[in-house]
Design a protein. Structure first.
Length: 468
């Protein structure tokens, strides 16, 4: 995505230095890929301790807890005078910010090492996980002057001394939308080469790779080649990023793309999305609800400064002036305010292994027992030939550490796929339980815990909930 631009500064890059990367043992580094419908296996926690890592479809923080991004983008290289935006974004509830940097190939300047150090320090001070991205690669092959991924790696190499040791707080988005619509098939090998070169330099961060087709992957090049790209990372620590704009105007297109990565067992975030684009509506509600049900992170575009104000979440970098899009990002049912949780590296982790102390119910009052729960099924989308449902669990006065649900479908309704639950079905009867990370529900609170696709007709039968 491109927006109105201001020039950055152009200080000389710091002296480069390399270090020998700690190679994984052969057993821990082994990856197995068999194409034609067989799963790719990536070693869990392959990254060194102390940083983000990948475990299946989940991003795991330095404390070993799943982390789900809920945030926005800030165009730092174009608006270096808006440094207060980091605190404002944090105050609005975001747990992540994606930061636009310049590598010098385009006319907006270079993000210097000193500037990047300031950004990282401010993100940490504001308890924001920082996703740093090079924007000069946008639309390579179609956009005049766009940088190659190899040139982006040159830029990152110059920042190695700044970013080394920040693996618990910083993810590196190697290049924004690195290929346009001209020959998007050229995306795969340069992406593999960039990952391998980043590891050779010594970077142990989680690496984020954007899709071609200006990030939207409408020809499914990233989707189809993701297993090979993931396997090329010796650390097993690559996160895939899809940008969802007009290509994703239909809820089903969002569901299908999420399904594809879930079926491959590969991690995905929505690195950018909007509610409209060039006059077309984007299925933003489905992006948010599906991401919440599946534990997929998202970073909405963008905080402020867009040409003409399109896709601005606040007007003129003023957090008191939320736009309609800003309200959808920050205050909607599945927006940042209702779903974001700080990374546990900032000390806000409700460790599920810690005992939870709750008042003992007075048996004479008939009050709820600690761990009591209720659950309900909701209809997210109904497209006639099928429908998408969500399941919400509500804890009573006591917190839950786990749950088990049971219900019986009326008529012919049956589940055809589900995510974030262990589910068994026998005829119309269904039993579903948590998968660990989504088992905790604070006392008196409700949590959307998993989702599913079912056959028609859509239905919302009564659900029994048992604390386990």
């Amino acid at each position: 995505m491109s927006i109105n631009m201001e020039h950055g500064t152009t200080d000389a890059a710091p002296a480069r230095r390399r270090r020998m990367r700690k190679w994984l043992t052969a057993a821990a580094a082994t990856l197995a890929i068999v194409f034609a419908g067989v799963w790719q296996l990536i070693p869990a926690g392959a990254q060194q301790q102390g940083g983000f890592s990948i475990d299946g479809t989940q991003l795991i923080d330095a404390n070993g807890n799943p982390f789900i991004m809920r945030g926005t983008s800030h165009p730092d290289v174009w608006y270096e005078g808006e440094f207060a935006s980091y605190g404002e974004i944090s105050d609005l509830g975001a747990n992540t910010v994606r930061v636009v940097l310049g590598s010098g190939q385009r006319n907006w300047g270079v993000s210097t090492a000193s500037r990047v150090q300031q950004i990282v320090d401010e993100c940490k001070a504001q308890r924001l996980i920082c996703v740093l991205e090079v924007h000069d690669t946008t639309g390579y092959g179609e956009e005049s002057g766009a940088a190659t991924l190899d040139q982006a790696v040159d830029f990152w190499e110059g920042l190695y001394s700044v970013l080394d040791g920040e693996e618990a707080y910083v993810l590196i988005n190697i290049g924004n939308e690195p290929i346009g619509n001209t020959n998007p098939q050229q995306w795969t090998q340069p992406t593999i080469d960039a990952i391998e070169r980043m590891r050779d330099i010594g970077f142990e961060h989680t690496l984020v790779v954007d899709a071609p087709n200006w990030g939207q992957d409408w020809q499914n090049v990233m989707r189809d080649n993701a297993p090979a790209v993931a396997a090329a990372d010796p650390d097993g620590n690559t996160l895939f990023s899809i940008h969802m704009y007009a290509v994703y105007s239909s809820p089903q297109t969002v569901i299908d793309y999420f399904d594809a990565f879930e079926e491959m067992g590969l991690p995905l975030i929505v690195g950018e999305y909007g509610d409209t684009f060039q006059g077309q509506t984007v299925a933003w509600e489905t992006i948010q609800s599906e991401a919440q049900a599946r534990g997929i992170g998202w970073l909405a575009w963008s905080y402020s400064g867009n040409t003409g104000g399109d896709l601005d979440q606040v007007l003129s970098f003023d957090p008191s002036q939320l736009t309609t899009w800003g309200q959808r990002v920050f205050t909607s049912a599945n927006g940042i305010g209702n779903t974001a949780e700080r990374a546990s590296v900032f000390g806000d982790d409700p460790d599920p292994t810690d005992p939870t102390t709750t008042p003992t119910d007075d048996p004479t009052t008939g009050g709820p027992t600690e761990g009591d729960c209720t659950a309900a099924i909701g209809v997210v989308n109904d497209w006639g030939s099928g429908w998408q449902g969500k399941v919400t669990v509500t804890a009573s006065d006591g917190a839950l550490d786990g749950w088990r649900l049971n219900w019986t479908w009326p008529g012919s309704t049956r589940i055809t796929s589900s995510w974030n639950t262990t589910l068994t079905a026998s005829g119309a009867g269904v039993t579903a339980s948590d998968v660990g990370w989504n088992g905790t529900v604070a006392g008196g609170q409700a949590r959307e815990v998993f989702g599913f696709i079912a056959s028609t007709p859509a239905a919302a039968p009564a659900v029994t909930c048992e604390a386990i």
